[in-house]
Write a protein of this length. Structure first.
Length: 77
């Protein structure tokens, strides 16, 4: 649960400047822990993918790889 909180905090920091969409908190409301874990895992991989594909990908390659490792550590259903 502690890892999930850290990942959610990281994702809020990274996605804070994106276009208006439902916040992660809104997506997680009313979900079971299994559903929350899967949502966070998908969002995490989406962010890692955007970091890798960004215009300054040379500067984000290592953070994207680390984020991918963290995402992979989140258990599947």
């Amino acid at each position: 649960m502690k890892k999930l909180f850290i990942i959610i905090s990281l994702m809020f920091a990274i996605t804070g400047c994106s276009t208006p969409q439902p916040t992660l908190q809104e997506k997680l409301e009313g979900k079971t822990i299994t559903e929350r874990t899967e949502i966070v895992r998908k969002e995490c991989f989406n962010i890692a993918g955007r970091l890798k594909a960004g215009p300054n990908s040379a500067h984000t390659k290592i953070p994207a790889r680390k984020l991918s490792e963290v995402c992979a550590a989140i258990p599947h259903k």
